[in-house]
Design a protein around this ligand. Sequence first.
Ligand code: T4K
Length: 381
Amino acid sequence: MDKFIVKKNAVEEKIFVTQPLLPSLDSVNQQLEEIWESKWITNMGTKHNLLAEKLKSVLKVKNVSLFNNGTIALLTALKALDLPYGSEVITTPFTFAATPHCIFWNGLQPVFCDVEPDTMTIDADKIEKLITPNTSAIVAVHVYGFPCDVEKIDKIAKKHNLKVIYDGAHVFSTEINGKGIGEFGDITMFSFHATKLFNTIEGGCLTYNDDKLFRKIYNLRNFGIQSEELVEDVGINGKMNEIQAAVGLLNLDLFKKEQEKRAEVKDFYDKHISNIKGISIPKMPENTTNSYQYYPIVIGDDYPLTRNELYEKFKTINIMTRKYFYPLCSDYECYKNLPSSSKENLPVANDVKNRVLCLPFYGSLSRDVLEIICEVLNEPV
Ligand code: T4K
């Protein structure tokens, strides 16, 4: 590899794992003027409806329902499928807290399934042995941008008559064999949080093929209110407002450029990290496009530092890497006593949780900082 000039102590301001994609203030002000002029600031306004329409083609999906955040969207997805109260939902422990919490908030029981080591997504080969007569659904997560084995999961779900919900918080615009990833399963949730490739500050959406779900999801997101005198269902408030939608419309014009810049950052990392003994870089399957959401590396036993030591080392020079997803959800106080949380049930997840580190990954990351990060990785001691 190229030799970097030694500058390990050169980072003066903290470098975080990500930085939000921000449209210019002028363009935001222009949008705000339009919203102020219209005096319509939430409740399915014109910007909301335009964003939902545009997202159908960006995500290559049939239906899109927008939400105020990804968690409420996921909560609503589970509710919309009318799963029997108290039934079991097979999911992954290697995810953000929102995934199992949404299952639990719906009065359903999360059952954790182990992950597979390459993509760190749910191990489809281990799902069937967890299915009982009380199982109603699978909630799988496309982690970091890596897709789950959607075909295998689909087959298992059909065989056992289970619903499938994908948590697609990390896979904005990803395609599998040219098909939008949000077309798989019964419903997919996308998060538009500030830390996501495409953001509406906070926000999210559900995508689905079954047109009949549109009215159900509309109701659940809007107190069940269809019209002034008709309340059809027990809904909550999950509506995206006009300012969120406006930021989304602006960011729709910017996210592809951001992906291109992140692709360059990825190339730089790949070039300077791939030959380091003891570090491996998970690979995207060939038939899948990269959302460029995160850049994880996996630390092996033959690397001079453990993942935690490396994390601390970076911290001392103001590089704030993240240990997504440590601890596992099955380690949380609220889930650790579930039978499926045992270490014997989750050997791979319990191993990778101690090995993965997400490096800073966003388009405006400077070449200097990238060099420092790669230098530390190459010469950690
Ligand atoms: N499912 C999955 C698989 C998810 O990953 C998530 C969210 C969800 C469901 C739920 O979707 P939402 O309801 O959030 O739409 C962050 C995000 O807050 C969270 O949205 C995300 N996953 C998770 C993986 O990452 P933290 O606890 O790491 O956030 P925080 O505040 O430490 O932010 C990370 C870094 O980002 C900061 O160190 C600096 C940078 N940052 C953050 C914010 C908020 C900024 O530069 N500007 C900002 O405004 O959870």
